[in-house]
Design a protein around this ligand. Structure first.
Ligand code: GDP
Ligand code: MG
Length: 162
């Protein structure tokens, strides 16, 4: 079976946008409001000749207020199923308690993690990405899933992790 890369992170950080960017087509559902992606959706993906299974996560059929509380729960399932994890943070927002919780889950699982600092649409956002070193997950890769900025370096790191 192909190695599995799970894309995790809080609602609205841009997971589905990043998945579409990696796939090179719009397949994952992107929404301005959280809660529309089904729990886990798998896609066949490829980078630099390496094939892998890409798993988009997120979206819970509960009221918006309840979503945040379930992020860690969903992340735990996705981490368990993955060979490596792509942890996405919205660099313009920074980290929350939920992110800290997910970091603890990642440490416990011991799976390789690549940290994506998303929504770095231009050079001005680089400082926001740099701040994510504080998560203790190693180098934050500054990316704009929306525009494609930085995704090549991110995917090179993913291949190292898989
Ligand atoms: P998900 O809930 O984590 O899957 O997030 P989505 O992919 O559905 O994106 C949530 C919102 O963030 C949408 O309005 C996207 O267009 C927007 N978004 C995603 N990536 C970027 C990015 O790199 N830059 C900016 N400015 N917006 C983004
Ligand atoms: Mg989504």
């Amino acid at each position: 079976a192909l190695p599995v890369l799970a894309v995790i992170g809080r609602p609205n950080v841009g997971k589905s946008t990043l998945v579409n960017r990696i796939l090179g087509r719009r397949e994952a559902v992107v929404e301005d409001k959280p809660g529309v992606t089904r729990d886990r959706v798998s896609y066949p993906a490829e980078w630099s000749g390496t094939r892998f299974t890409l798993v988009d996560t997120g979206g819970w059929e509960v009221d918006v207020a309840g979503i945040e509380a379930r992020v860690a729960e969903q992340a735990e399932v996705a981490i368990a199923l993955a060979d490596a994890v792509l942890f996405v943070v919205d660099a313009t927002v920074g980290t929350t308690n939920t992110d800290e919780q997910v970091v603890r889950l990642l440490r416990r699982a011991g799976k390789p993690v690549v940290l994506c600092a998303n929504k770095v649409d231009g050079p001005a956002g680089e400082a926001d990405a740099y701040a994510l070193w504080s998560l203790g997950l190693g180098e934050p890769y500054p990316v704009s899933a929306l525009h494609g900025r930085g995704t090549g370096d991110l995917l090179d790191a993913v291949l190292e992790a898989l």
